[in-house]
Design a protein around this ligand. Structure first.
Ligand code: NAG
Ligand code: NAG
Ligand code: NAG
Ligand code: NAG
Ligand code: NAG
Ligand code: NAG
Ligand code: NAG
Ligand code: NAG
Ligand code: NAG
Length: 615
């Protein structure tokens, strides 16, 4: 192994450790859960440094959780593409891959020193913030810093480089939010959920980059899936086998899985172009995860033994730790390591609430073997999707948002809020794993909105792999007219998956999917449009007077391409609290529209060239 003396050792002392937020994760007040910086520093051997030229920015750059004066910036710089399974061993030595000799060795290596700068121009000459920061195997060589001293609602460019070297990361673009009291006129977001690597390319992520059509990306969960390829997915046939090639449990497993997903070119492009505001759903940990377990992991010793000795808590901790290392997000409460629920004020225009209806404090859900029981208890008043702390925060935040006069309240929920009676299509009358399985929590939410006269509510959801657009109604309580929308208190835009398959068959035909959409649409009075066929995403364009929602379908996720079909467009007028009539202008491209027609134009936009072609 070649040893290189680090040229900037003097500055090592002054450069910041704690600036890399990942060393403090999940909680700086509980070092036993995070990384002991003290131990990493002590291990530091100046004689054993990496050759700066051999280090690699392996997964591009990312930004997220924009505030008016700051934003989170992310990169990974490593001696190899593989991930680390180090979480600082007791000896203080982290196992590392020795590239020259192609094997794992136990050595003490000095940390990697990285500089970053943030500028107002693409050529990075008008620098407004810069700094020096460390990373090491302990945090999988990731770097997450908070760029500060920024101006509100402004675009910035940023780059990392290995200290004292011209080895640089790609240049990223990001954007701060406006101040809460800024009277901005417009803001746009792209909304995503459910990216399954072995099921297809993440083309949906790339299209808003190619069109340059939004300000921010909102992600509602299922950024990765925990399964082994083949169990769910056809990765072999499209050259996308997620690593490690097994169901994931350990810290290394979750890091490696995130790293595999982050090789998708359109995902990398989205992270490089837009600040993300993500939350997780179940698959960032495991299927149908809740407070105390998941579909395939009970909180029992028997179950742990089946899973290689990893308990519910340990698995959740591994998943969450890797997630915070890899995602460009803040930890809003360093003493509450599972807290991801948080708020963003985007001027006077939008207050965005990002929920955690999964990991934080969710009462038991449908785990497939207990469906009947969950059906029986679904309406128990004690059941909560969020736990009382988060529930109370949500009600308080919605009230405060209305009081401060924010025009739109956008609630980023993982799971479908509106009822989806699927009785004629399957035996489960409703999806007990969605809000429907937590009737009291749902009613408390509706009661809060109706009784406090809180309006302009826009619920978002993912999770279901299909598109559902509804008026937001309290059935059996407030009279609702599906024709006019009278009686509703807002709208719900629930989006389809980036690549995860249709819930009614992974190779369903368009005709069959549209037939099913009609059936669902007639069984649910408030469901105005649904489409089951297309994978895709939607954009929301907010102004003071209205919000426009544009749904896009991706015609082919088995190929890497920039094609998309505009499926349906909706408008919500400020103060109307319902979809504008005629809903979707009376015409959609696919699915089933309650009071309108489906007309197949069969034209697709190639977002890369900006040209339309007949499909
Ligand atoms: C650097 O990372 C990129 C992206 O993962 C990879 O394609 C490339 O092979 C790596 N280069 C080296 C020298 O490891
Ligand atoms: C790190 O974890 C991987 C995957 O489990 C394993 O192949 C490798 O041997 C481990 N390395 C060390 C040094 O323990
Ligand atoms: C969890 O417990 C239930 C009820 O005993 C059982 O049916 C199921 O197979 C268990 N699952 C696992 C993964 O152990
Ligand atoms: C929710 O409210 C509706 C309408 O009042 C009522 O019919 C239903 O029983 C309530 N459900 C629960 C769980 O409270
Ligand atoms: C769906 O189609 C893919 C690709 O042709 C195939 O690999 C897969 O087995 C099919 N799935 C089913 C359930 O038929
Ligand atoms: C759906 O298909 C079934 C079987 O072909 C047919 O009987 C039914 O009328 C169709 N429903 C709608 C709403 O198109
Ligand atoms: C679902 O719809 C079917 C028929 O469309 C109806 O018979 C059933 O009562 C509904 N179930 C619920 C829970 O609303
Ligand atoms: C939706 O709006 C876009 C323009 O934003 C338009 O190109 C498209 O045809 C519309 N789609 C439908 C189904 O009305
Ligand atoms: C679009 O394609 C479908 C199925 O191939 C066909 O039935 C329909 O007539 C086409 N519509 C137009 C406008 O070309």
């Amino acid at each position: 192994m070649k040893l290189h003396v680090f040229p900037l050792l003097v500055s090592v002392a002054s450069a910041s450790w704690s600036k890399n937020l990942n060393y403090r994760s999940p909680s700086e007040h509980h070092p036993s859960l995070g990384i002991s910086i003290h131990r990493v520093v002590k291990r530091n051997d100046p004689a054993s440094s990496y050759d700066p030229v051999k280090l690699n920015f392996t997964h591009g750059v990312a930004s997220g959780d924009p505030y008016p004066n700051s934003v989170i910036l992310w990169t990974r710089v490593a001696p190899e593409n593989d991930n680390s399974n180090s979480s600082l061993s007791v000896t203080g030595y982290a196992p590392l891959f020795d590239h020259d000799n192609e094997k794992y060795v136990k050595v003490s290596k000095s940390p990697i020193c990285v500089e970053y700068k943030v500028a107002q121009d693409k050529s990075l000459s008008q620098v407004v913030d810069s700094g020096t920061v460390f990373t090491s195997s302990d945090v999988d060589f990731t770097i997450k810093i908070e760029a500060k001293n920024l101006k509100a609602y402004t675009t910035y460019y940023y780059q990392f480089n290995v200290c004292g070297s011209s080895n640089k990361s790609p240049i990223g673009r990001t954007k701060t939010t406006p101040h809460a009291d800024d009277d901005i006129t417009a803001v746009s977001i792209a909304v995503y959920s459910c990216a399954n690597y072995p099921f297809g390319f993440f083309n949906a992520y790339g299209n808003p980059v190619r069109k340059d059509s939004v300000d921010y990306v909102v992600f509602l969960g299922d950024y990765i899936y925990e399964y082994k390829n083949g169990y769910y997915g056809w990765g072999d046939s499209i050259g996308r086998i997620p690593q490690p090639d097994k169901e994931i449990f350990t810290l290394y497993d979750y890091r490696k899985r995130l790293a595999t997903y982050r090789t998708d070119l359109d995902l990398v492009a989205s992270h490089q172009a837009y600040p993300w505001i993500p939350t997780w759903d179940d698959h960032e940990v495991a299927d149908n995860v809740y407070r105390d377990g998941s579909a395939e992991l009970n909180n029992t010793e028997d179950s742990f033994l089946k899973d290689g000795g990893i308990s519910v808590d340990q698995r959740k901790m591994n998943a969450v730790r890797a997630y915070f290392e890899w995602m460009p997000i803040r930890q809003v409460d360093m003493d509450d390591n599972l807290r991801i629920w948080r708020t963003f004020s985007i001027g006077k225009l939008v207050d965005l609430l990002m929920l955690d209806t999964r990991n934080y404090d969710r009462s038991i859900t449908d785990l497939y073997w207990n469906t009947k029981y969950i059906g029986e208890i679904a309406d128990d008043a004690g059941r909560s999707l969020m736990g009382s702390r988060q529930e109370n925060w949500m009600y308080r935040t919605l009230s405060e948002s209305a009081e401060r006069g924010a025009i739109w309240r956008v609630i980023g929920s993982q799971i479908l809020f509106s009822r989806a009676n699927q009785s004629t299509l399957n035996n489960n009358q409703v999806n007990l794993d969605a809000w429907e399985g937590y009737g009291a929590n749902k009613n408390r939410t509706l009661n809060h909105l109706y009784s406090n006269g809180i309006n302009n509510n826009v619920f978002l959801a993912g999770d279901s792999h299909a598109s559902w657009v509804s008026d937001l109604v309290w059935l059996d309580e407030e009279e609702y007219d599906p024709v006019t929308g009278a009686g509703s208190i807002g709208v719900e835009f629930a989006g389809t998956a980036i690549s995860s398959p249709c819930p009614y068959g992974e190779n369903i035909t368009l005709a069959r999917a549209n037939n099913f959409s009609s059936i669902l649409q007639s069984a649910n009075s408030e469901l105005q449009w649904s489409d089951l066929y297309y994978r895709g995403y939607f954009e929301l364009h907010f102004t003071r007077d209205k919000v426009d929602a544009n749904f896009f379908g991706i015609p082919n996720t088995r190929l890497y391409n920039g094609w998309e079909i505009p499926l349906a467009n909706f408008t919500v007028r400020s103060g109307a609290n319902r979809l504008q009539r005629p809903v979707a202008g009376g015409v959609v491209e696919s699915g089933s529209l309650k009071f309108g027609r489906v007309v197949q134009d069969n034209v697709t936009l190639d977002t890369a060239s900006g040209k339309w072609f007949k499909s």
